[in-house]
Design a protein around this ligand. Sequence first.
Ligand code: S3P
Length: 170
Amino acid sequence: MKNLNRHVFLIGFMGTGKSAISAQLGEMMMLDVWDTDKLITESRGMSIPEIFEREGEDYFRDLETDTLRLLSAAEGHIISCGGGIVLREENIRMMRELGQVVLLTARPQTVYERVKADTQRPLLKGNLNATYIEELMTKRQSAYERASHISVATDDKSVLDICREILFDL
Ligand code: S3P
């Protein structure tokens, strides 16, 4: 395993399991877990939908970049990232400099099943269907691939098995 003293970033589309997998991976690697969405909502005192509604998506993306900048000073953590973190090249560069980047993937239908009851994802509001999810996923695909060192499919697998796979590949 490389880069033990650095961060492990979990990236991937909404609903690919980043939160559950980062929590389990944190236990297995004995590392604390941070979540960029949580860091942002705690520091701004607003929910993600509120930030999108009041300040707009660009502002939210600025906050994601600021959050990654802060991580350069911290010791190794598991970092669960918002699904759009790869939309800025600067973010991709920073993550790859600061640690290992793990891409979690899932089929559009799997994502749909996992997020269909959700109300906290502004980008899916009014568009909560597998066709739209596939479109957005396809748009982001090359950025996810460019950003990641390893990639793990999460469909039809337990969180524990996914973590074992990640640990094997890291
Ligand atoms: C987003 C994903 C969300 C959150 C925000 C935008 C995206 O995080 O950061 O709603 O652009 O894909 P999750 O991937 O944890 O749902």
